[in-house]
Design a protein. Structure first.
Length: 112
């Protein structure tokens, strides 16, 4: 793709309709970093945003994204166990206790 506006629109559409295709596209087209970072972040296409930030050397932002993703996934697991969608091995086990103990602010939104 030779025109940045076309590429940006294409990435925006990928983010919305085919998020798994964003990262492979970006790996083949290296010239569209800044705007694509914003698009990927807004659409929550984390793997592509991390990839682009790594390419720019934004290591602190990469670490923050990984930590937020881990918190988000842990929260999803916690909700699944609490709802019964994923059975806890033993209700009184150490694993079950881990799910019932959270630190204040652990599950804040990604923005803060």
């Amino acid at each position: 793709m030779s025109q940045p506006a076309v590429a940006n629109t294409y990435v925006q559409l990928l983010c919305e309709f085919e998020p798994c295709a964003v990262l492979p596209f970006l790996k083949q087209h290296h010239e569209y970093l800044s705007h694509c970072i914003r698009l990927c972040g807004a659409a929550e296409v984390w793997d592509a945003e991390v990839y682009l930030r790594e390419r720019r050397g934004e290591w602190e932002a990469v670490l923050v994204l990984h930590l937020r993703n881990a918190e988000r996934r842990n929260h999803e697991i916690d909700n699944a166990v609490r709802s019964g969608a994923v059975p806890a091995a033993h209700v009184g086990s150490a694993t079950a206790r881990c799910f019932s103990t959270t630190l204040p602010g652990c599950w804040d939104s990604p923005s803060g």
